[in-house]
Design a protein around this ligand. Sequence first.
Ligand code: PLP
Length: 433
Amino acid sequence: MDKLLAEAKKRDQQDELAGFRERFHIPKHLDESDLVYFCGHSLGLQAKSVQAVIQGEMDAWRDRAVRGHFTGPLPWMDYSRLLCESLSGLVGSRPDEIAVMNTLTVNLHLLMVSFFRPQGTRRKILIEKHAFPSDRYAVQSQLHFHGLDPQQDLVELAPRQGEYLVEESAVEDYLSAHGEEIALVLWPGVQYITGQAFDLPRIAAAARLAGSNIGFDLAHSVGNLPLALHESGCDFAAWCHYKYLNAGPGAVAGCFVHERHHAAKDLPRFNGWWGNAEQSRFRMAHDFEAARGADGWQVSTPLLLSMAPLRASLELFNDAGSGRLRAKSLAMTSYLIRGLHELPGELLEILTPIEPQRRGSQLSLRVRSGREDGRALFEFLEHNGVLCDWREPDVIRVAPVPLYNRFIDCYELLRLLAEWSAVRDNPSRQSAS
Ligand SMILES: *Cc1c(COP(=O)(O)O)cnc(C)c1O
């Protein structure tokens, strides 16, 4: 452990991004020390700049009221364009391919209205067996909406027997054998339980080769991994901003519609006035005239107060730079993986792929001794100031986030795990804490 401690200290000293931690509020443990927060994949921490940005919009509302839409330093009308300019760098799209609106599951539904169009024998949706429940509910209800039966028309691709990961080649194999039945593939960028990052261009290519539409759920990818959505060739994507993007609980979400669909006149869509072209939106015309690009999928007035924290957060990402963030993220997870391998005993199995290109900031650790022991370990960590995430039945998820976590945080987790292993392997010994 001494070598790991020395390495953590040295890496923190050399970390070019170390200063960003001070720009966040770090929740406190009982003894008023900083909590080691490894739940950025679930709800990112609050940047200190957020409050002033929200207050600025509160002041604009108070002082300018309805004029706030068109006047002031940043008129509300221009807000979403500004956000999309900087978001497009993070997701690798043209600015007009993305929109900031609604929440994630709502966006999935709106996009499936356009991109799940079952016809004849091509009417199934392909997802992964362990898809996030909200995504499964969404596709089940889309199938019902089209008069189809999820029992028959929802295909769930499972990992091979006894395994946790779904290989890209398995998706390709399935699609080359059965692709003519698939109308839509809905796939995650990063699997939320295992932390597996998928090769998105490869999955998009396989789906398109099979003649299917392809959409990505990027809830665990945006702000975590470099993305190239336009290049990937997917039809659409959706994501939330409260995980790695730190935009706060229930923050406004994002969506992507590939440029090749922007001129399509025949796509069904659920319209609202905010999807109308800006030039004619306020003429209150009877007939809808779609805005070009992803903006055309907007429905309602922008959620200004929930966009403001996103603006503050994107400034931090711009300052930090996605290359440096990715490098630190990989360095932290590599450090953890090495430390985990050095732990005595067989306490944990790392479910996340260890190849760098197949993982983001999250490591998923399966407690080999099962659920009860796993819960006890999770609670031991929390009691000692290390907050991870527990997934039934036996997985602890750990997300060292490069913007605000340190190597010493990773060391603290390893230290506690070593302590736990020592006590377990020799129950007569007392725990040091
Ligand atoms: C976090 C997450 C969601 C949450 O959806 P909301 O509509 O924002 O509540 C959905 N799908 C996936 C894959 C997620 O990781």
